[in-house]
Design a protein. Structure first.
Length: 225
């Protein structure tokens, strides 16, 4: 179960609130996705991507989580968490299957061409360290589909996604562990995109970071997790 930690102004822990009281997006694995922007704030060569995901079977082959096609992104590949590298069309795999119908936090930290400077995390813990190479592209950042720039879109996610965060810095193991299960403010330092999917209606996901990296819902349903 995904838990969000809320702390009072006096810094006293009041409660641990399960994600089922929050809203998430339900992706059908066919044509659902969220199309983001190509804002220059997303043209980064180092950064951190985070999301909560839940699936019992995401489907075969690649299924996109957070993707800036031809630049950086991570997927489930046959239900296993991987990062994809477009510079030589290869993937880096954790070997860990996440199709257990439970909420998991997944994170991808990348640092262009730095030896062992990139990592994949599951539930706050590092699971794979590797060297990652990227080049900036003109693609929008997209969610829930790995290959949106084809007709129809492909590599669509089957399951739920919530709490998208994109940072323009390399988060440390300690920072990932300390904060993956906490609510954060949109004004957090180095945060360039934050979606919490709490709009409740409409076709736009609002970027709470203030960088106008909003998203457009395509064929989406809002779900209570």
């Amino acid at each position: 179960m995904k838990n969000l930690i809320f702390i009072s102004l006096s810094l006293i822990l009041l409660s641990i609130q399960p994600i089922k009281s929050q809203q998430s997006l339900l992706f059908d694995g066919v044509n659902d996705l969220v199309v983001g922007t190509n804002n220059t704030t997303l043209d980064i060569t180092q950064g951190t991507l985070e999301a909560w995901i839940k699936t019992s079977n995401v489907g075969s082959s690649y299924r996109g989580i957070i993707i800036k096609h031809s630049s950086y992104g991570f997927y489930l590949l046959d239900n296993v968490l991987v990062a994809y590298q477009w510079t030589n069309n290869r993937y880096f795999t954790t070997g860990i299957n996440l199709a257990d119908n439970a909420w998991h936090n997944v994170a991808f930290v990348f640092n262009n061409n730095v030896t062992n400077g990139s990592k994949l995390y599951i539930d706050g813990l590092p699971k794979l360290t590797f060297t990652y190479s990227l080049s900036n592209s003109t693609s929008n950042i997209d969610f829930g589909a790995g290959h949106y720039r084809v007709s129809p879109p492909s590599q669509n996610f089957l399951g739920q996604i919530d709490q998208i965060r994109v940072w323009n810095v390399v988060k440390t193991d300690q920072e990932i562990s300390d904060n993956y299960n906490k609510c954060i403010s949109g004004s957090a330092s180095n945060l360039i995109m934050l979606w919490n999917f709490e709009e409740g209606s409409g076709s736009t996901v609002t970027d709470l970071s203030g960088n106008n990296n909003n998203g457009s819902l395509t064929n989406m349903d809002i779900s209570s997790a």
